[in-house]
Design a protein around this ligand. Structure first.
Ligand code: SF4
Length: 363
């Protein structure tokens, strides 16, 4: 394995070429990609990439390719429809009891499949002004139905511990906000950033903090990443996972199984497996819903319930998430008359081996 040892984050296509991470012939196209979608590869992530493997699953997630210049049918700048549910800057209020609060537009690394790729990165939206921040807090304060605030972006763990502590205190000071959830890739992309000060900033009286870790391949869960997560969990912060189903990264049952088992071993409950969103220039990384369902069926047969994520797809246009996993229960009878047959209803239920059973069974 030929690994890369670098001291600072790589952001320019020419640097990727110089380190043997991209082809010199592709440089003009990669410059075009980078002018539209941010590029960043931290030393921790670069160290995971095997330069000798043209299909390296870590490289596929972070190294830009000319394929990103092609916007496929159905792909769109705002694939999950955040804008349609944004009553004030930085807030997305799609479901009644929770809001997204987009505090920053930068991340430690930039994923090539990012669903907010048109919005994140240096020079995209400017940082949230103090006025806009206050207006967002006022919105949350004025809506007592908001039980949970999800800090996302960008990556909220890019903020300083001092700023995070202020934000957590502001949110916990709103009586109806009981849960603050942070979505982050920092523990895998830059584990040392999860310092004792940062962990302390996440804990606040008056609200419960949850952290959702984004990782897509078990190799991302290095000793450093595991230690970063353990610092949060040991401090009493529960963690869940979210992963994206990606072609050539984790779209086979053994890789998914290893990833889900690794999460559980780290005390991180698998939560979401997202179907790839219709972000522009990402078709080469998406699979089909049919393939996703096959993988979920395979996972159901092989690993404990603790290791099962929900396979979900965000419906384009802002209609929210839907469960996308296979159906295991189907009605066994259909009737043409209106008579109440609720006591007679029977179903076909598929077991984890794929065998179908009648429920209730024949007497
Ligand atoms: S960490 Fe999240 S927001 Fe940032 S580039 Fe990756 S997917 Fe996008």
């Amino acid at each position: 394995m030929s690994r890369i040892d670098i001291a600072t984050t790589l952001r320019q296509p020419a640097e990727l070429v110089a380190h043997g991470l991209a082809r010199a012939d592709d440089l003009p196209d990669l410059e075009k990609v980078a002018s539209r979608y941010a590029v960043a590869l931290t030393p921790d992530i670069a160290a995971l990439i095997d330069r000798n493997d043209p299909d390296d699953p870590i490289a596929r997630q972070f190294i830009p390719t000319p394929a990103e210049l092609v916007t496929g049918p159905g792909e769109r700048a705002d694939p999950i429809g955040d804008q349609a549910h944004s009553p004030v800057a930085a807030i997305v209020h799609r479901y009644p009891d929770r809001v997204l609060f987009k505090l920053v537009h930068v991340c430690a690394v930039y994923c090539r499949f990012c669903f907010r790729r048109e919005m994140v990165g240096p020079g995209k939206d400017s940082a949230l002004s103090e006025d806009a921040y206050r207006r967002a807090l006022d919105y949350i304060r004025d809506h007592p139905e908001i039980w949970e605030v999800i800090l996302t972006g960008g990556d909220p763990l890019m903020l300083s511990p001092r700023r995070l502590a202020e934000i957590m205190t502001d949110l916990a000071g709103i009586e109806h906000v009981r849960i603050v959830r942070l979505h982050t890739r920092v523990p895998v992309a830059e584990p040392n950033r999860v310092s004792a000060d940062l962990v302390a900033a996440l804990k606040v009286a008056g609200a419960t903090t949850w952290v959702a870790l984004h990782a897509n391949h078990a190799r991302e869960l290095t000793m450093g990443a595991r230690a970063a997560c353990a610092r949060m969990i040991d401090a009493g912060i529960p963690m869940v996972s979210q992963s994206v189903l990606l072609r050539g990264v984790n779209d086979d049952s053994a890789t998914l199984e290893t990833l889900m088992r690794a999460f559980v071993e780290c005390r991180i409950k698998p939560y979401y497996l997202h179907h790839g969103d219709l972000a522009p220039g990402t078709a080469h990384l998406r699979t089909t819903l049919e393939r996703g369902q096959e993988l979920i069926r395979a996972l159901r047969g092989r690993v404990s319930g603790l290791c099962q994520p929900d396979y979900v797809v965000d419906i384009p246009g802002g209609h929210g998430k839907s469960q996308a996993g296979p159906n295991y229960v189907a009605p066994a009878n259909s009737y043409s008359d209106d008579r109440d047959r609720s006591q007679e209803k029977r179903y076909y239920i598929t077991d984890y081996c794929g065998d179908v059973h009648l429920y209730p069974p024949e007497p």
